[in-house]
Design a protein around this ligand. Structure first.
Ligand code: ADP
Ligand code: MG
Length: 140
């Protein structure tokens, strides 16, 4: 996935609010191609694994509870400079600090329920895509 793929989740708050379609539209209009996608739901244990890097942070337990609270959409996206460009499209972690026009500015409810995930590196994009999609689901 070097340099041209990233991984995203539409998080439970955005899915529940019925914003998945609008968010996917923004993602496609920004030039990202969907190469794998599914609706699913994390268990608390799987959410804990996905966010293991944050396990010492004070918000970790709440984050795992929130991320397993309802359905999400997981997707692998393709574009030149995917990781960096997608982080720009989603905006800052805290929607209060996110730039106008970014996905989090438009759709996020709080710093925790912030509508979407975006990988922070090529290495993590590959790890996160592999976490959700088996080899046979990653045919593109
Ligand atoms: P990002 O998703 O922008 O890469 P982080 O990797 O730092 O942000 O955090 C992972 C997720 O944990 C965030 O998207 C958000 O859902 C949650 N989170 C981050 N910081 C906080 C916080 N201070 N309080 C509550 N939840 C937080
Ligand atoms: Mg992160």
């Amino acid at each position: 996935m070097a340099n041209n793929r990233t991984f995203t989740m539409i998080k439970p708050d955005a899915f529940e609010a019925g914003n998945s379609g609008a968010i996917l539209k923004m993602i496609e209009e920004a030039g990202f191609k969907i190469v794998a996608m599914k609706a699913t739901q994390l268990t608390p244990v799987l959410a804990g694994k996905f966010y293991e890097v944050h396990k010492e942070r004070p918000f970790y337990a709440d984050l795992c509870k929130y991320m397993s609270s309802g359905p999400i959409i997981a997707a692998i996206l393709e574009k030149d400079n995917a990781v960096e460009d997608f982080r720009a499209l989603i905006g800052a972690t805290n929607p209060a600090n996110a730039a106008e026009g970014t996905i989090r500015k438009i759709f996020a409810k709080s710093i925790e329920a912030n509508a979407v995930h975006g990988s922070d590196s090529d290495e993590n994009a590959a790890i996160e895509g592999n976490f959700y999609f088996s080899q046979t689901e990653r045919v593109l």
